[in-house]
Design a protein around this ligand. Sequence first.
Ligand code: CO8
Length: 256
Amino acid sequence: MSKQIVLERQGEIAIIKVVRPEALNALSRSIVDDMDALVEQVGADRSVRVLLFYSEGSFAAGADIKAMSLCDEEGAKAFLFTPTYDKIQSLPIPTIAVIEGYAFGGGLELALRCDFRLAAKDAKLGLPELNLGIIPGAGGTVLLPRLIGEAKAKELIYLSKTVTGAEAERIGLVNLAVEPGELLPTALQWAERLRTRSSLSLAAAKASIENAIANPDFRSAGKTEGELWAGLFGHHDQKEGMAAFFEKRKPSFTGQ
Ligand code: CO8
């Protein structure tokens, strides 16, 4: 594993950090290969309850343009980050993209695969691929319209418009924009609140929402939701949540 990506732990919270400041944390193929291995590791570790992506100074100024510029069509297919990003989106635990500096191109596409995006008000976000004669290739054209609507997504993509964190909050691209100094503490507060929820309920809620987005037919999505709902009964966390309600105390969830 290169030293350009690291996994840090704060108890049950894991943080994946890209460390390539000289290129504003642009994502090379080898960084994404290492990210893939770290995501696998996090996915297999039941003691990790929340995963943050946070890179100091710049979230990621996109995929590595130098390496991409050498690709032909086959090379471009091999360069794609999609399998790793799919893996991130499929994790059963909550994920948060914590964005300062630039989240461009493949960097913003990584953030789009997370459950939540928190940004510094002065961060800059965008999918500027058309400036380079290409299009977003790792989920940008698929996920951005879902989040901010077709018209605004086309405006950002066709015109390579960038938005600040503050503007991104206004259009629904990020959940929250805060003063730069408050970003990491705020993200850790969110992670802490998520950490103490039932991991079983969180995983079921995430599975149901992802399924409903992929299969929007109400009857079939509703059926899946009902099955996930019923599947939680009999587990410790369901009994504990309801007992705590009657005993007028905070529930203590174990994920069992
Ligand atoms: N790739 C490689 N190097 C980069 C990248 C990048 N994406 N972004 C910045 N760098 C490097 C610069 O080349 C520069 O290196 P050097 O000092 O050796 O010249 C260094 O980082 C600092 O950058 P700047 O001097 O340009 O810094 P500025 O503060 O003047 O500008 C910007 C910052 C505005 C962020 C500017 O660097 C920029 O526009 N970067 C490119 C942003 C971009 O276009 N990103 C999208 C890339 S395309 C993409 O992500 C496609 C995704 C497709 C699917 C994903 C799967 C592959």
